[in-house]
Write a protein that binds this ligand. Structure first.
Ligand code: SF4
Length: 326
């Protein structure tokens, strides 16, 4: 889906009987070699854009989300993104002439109710200090979601669009065996056969120096589509509803080969960390948004016991520190 709405699953923390952490920032408690993975934890088998970004941001964050599957608190912003995406997807169920801004705004409360029915824990986002429902906060939040939906109509005209796909699950296996997968918000196909991949963002467009990070996700999807169909998508389009910006990029084969090389290097680093259990924290300003400070050595915390079997890192030591070059 390309938003930050992916959440870690239920807690599957390892047991509590590990050794105390020793050594540098990468040192964590580990299960002895050959010990079975605890709690059903499995090594990663595929990459999505979100998880690739997690690893690039902080390897330890990736571990907490993918291997330990530590729970994370619901976020009002991410939940709003989910509701807005649902409206922009389902709006196209209606005939073209009925895809109006007032109609789309009116869909917001219903999509929120549907989401809440599936995930009742989201109700905690709108409670007052005593645990009761905070109707005023919910009303403000719904109005913000409606404003984002309305802004979309200033950027695209759904009465002139007939998407080929919405919320499309895409997957491919590269020659190396690396599996890539993810959800594309929308795919448009022109009468000439040219493909446009569209992604909705409920935040603001990044400043130019950070634009490459946002495009990485789109190029990831373009690579998957290219490997699936043999045709490079003609255009990648990011729709920033927070600031009312459209960002487009026309990828080339050379771009996508570059992304493939980057992902292969990333995957090697992930596999190395998986084998050795050496997942290093990488503190940045983004730590302020991280739910796992209580388990992070950078904040005085201790990670759970590593739930996978580990192998000695003979000849492999120190590679984690090189992630900044990927
Ligand atoms: S708090 Fe920062 S350094 Fe620690 S796991 Fe989270 S993102 Fe990584």
């Amino acid at each position: 889906m390309g938003t930050s709405t992916e959440r870690a699953g239920a807690a599957t923390q390892g047991g509590q009987g590990g050794q105390p952490a020793t050594g540098g920032p990468g040192a964590q408690r580990m299960a002895p070699e050959g010990e079975r993975a605890a709690g059903g934890a499995q090594p990663p088998v595929a990459l999505s854009p979100s998880r690739a970004s997690d690893f690039m941001q902080c390897p330890l964050l990736y571990r907490f989300r993918v291997i330990d599957k530590l729970p994370e608190k619901p976020s009002a912003a991410a939940t709003r993104g989910t509701v807005v995406h649902a409206v922009l997807e389902r709006l196209f169920d209606a005939p073209a002439a009925e895809r109006t801004a007032p109609g789309a705004r009116a869909m917001v409360p219903g999509e929120w109710e549907k989401l809440l029915a599936k995930r009742p824990e989201l109700a905690e986002l709108f409670t007052d200090g005593a645990g009761g429902a905070d109707g005023e906060r919910l009303a403000v939040w719904l109005a913000e979601a409606e404003a984002l939906v309305e802004r979309w109509f200033s950027l695209e005209d759904p009465t002139r669009l007939e998407p080929a796909e919405r919320e499309l699950y895409v997957e491919t296996v590269l020659e190396s065996g690396l599996q890539l997968r993810g959800f594309v918000d929308r795919v448009d196909i022109a009468p000439t056969g040219e493909v446009r991949i569209v992604d909705y963002k409920t935040g603001k467009a990044p400043r130019p120096q950070f634009a490459e990070g946002a495009l990485f996700q789109m190029k990831f999807y373009a690579l998957v589509m290219w490997r699936r169909s043999g045709t490079v998508p003609r255009r990648l389009q990011l729709v920033y509803l927070g600031s009312g910006d459209l960002v487009t990029y026309d990828p080339t084969e050379a771009d996508l080969r570059g992304v493939e090389r980057k992902l292969l290097a990333l995957w090697e680093a992930i596999q190395l960390a998986t084998r050795t259990g050496d997942w290093r924290p990488r503190p940045t300003k983004l730590c302020g948004w991280c739910d796992h400070q209580a388990h992070c050595p950078e904040f005085g915390g201790t990670p759970p016991v590593y739930p996978l079997a580990v192998r000695p890192a003979a000849g492999e030591g120190g590679e984690q520190g090189r992630m900044g070059t990927i």
